[in-house]
Design a protein around this ligand. Structure first.
Ligand SMILES: Nc1ncnc2c1ncn2[C@@H]1O[C@H](COP(=O)(O)OP(=O)(O)OP(=O)(O)O)[C@@H](O)[C@H]1O
Ligand SMILES: [Mg+2]
Length: 206
């Protein structure tokens, strides 16, 4: 059994967190050890960087540099060691989110992000990336009143349309890694899509 790295992507309110826990439990039931983690964050240093990134105003390049500094710490201290122990890592967001938010949403040059990606963690990439695709309208409806919005969650719907388009472009550039999920469906419908994708790869019972 080898390590398995799965990331969950999609705009705020797409349903990532809801389904990470279901998947963690299903994988644990098969006997795997599962590490649940998130970005930005996942280590004490990266969690401190998360607070700065989500709350302090700054330009998109500064955000990307902080995101990759946090990611470096997360990869070296949590993700790589867990994979070396042949565990499963479920990460709520990873590098695709920086391409989507700072690249798509913030207009930052994708070539710059590719260079950071190269230096910080390539050739390590998630084995599977679930992209929870949902319209900004539906996502906003789900988040209404759920919690106090952070800097990104307070952005207008046009911003999330750009983030969504950047996720789509990222998927087109690495189609074999991505599993698109129609996140408009009911929680049960979304879960079935996740389960089917893993069953197809022999990672869960069909
Ligand atoms: N398929 C679904 N249909 C309806 N509501 C859903 C669905 N999935 C999740 N929700 C609800 O929508 C809200 C947002 O879901 P969740 O927190 O899982 O999204 P998220 O992608 O993790 O968002 P964020 O990026 O902001 O953390 C929650 O209140 C959740 O219960
Ligand atoms: Mg979440």
């Amino acid at each position: 059994m080898s390590g398995l790295f799965i990331s969950f992507e999609g705009i705020d309110g797409a349903g990532k967190s809801t389904h990470i826990e279901s998947l963690a439990q299903a994988l644990e039931a098969t006997g795997r050890i599962v590490v649940r983690t998130r970005e930005p964050g996942g280590t004490p240093l990266a969690e401190r960087l998360r607070q700065i990134l989500l709350n302090e105003p700054m330009d998109a390049m500064s955000e990307a540099l902080i995101a990759f500094a946090a990611r470096r710490n997360h990869v070296e201290h949590i993700i790589r060691p867990a994979l070396q122990r042949h565990e499963v890592v479920l990460s709520d967001r990873f590098t695709d989110a920086t391409f989507a938010y700072q690249g798509g949403g913030g207009g930052l040059d994708e070539d710059f992000l590719s260079i950071l990606e190269q230096w910080v963690h390539l050739p390590l990439q998630p084995d599977i990336t679930f992209w929870f695709d949902v319209s900004p309208e539906v996502a906003a409806e789900r988040l209404k009143g759920a919690r106090l919005p952070d800097k990104f969650e307070s952005q207008p719907q046009e911003y999330f349309a750009k983030v969504r388009a950047a996720y789509a472009a990222r998927m087109a550039s690495d189609a074999s890694r991505f599993v698109p999920i129609d996140a408009h469906q009911s929680p049960q419908g979304v879960w079935e899509q996740v389960q089917t994708a893993l069953a197809k790869r022999g990672l869960l019972a069909a």
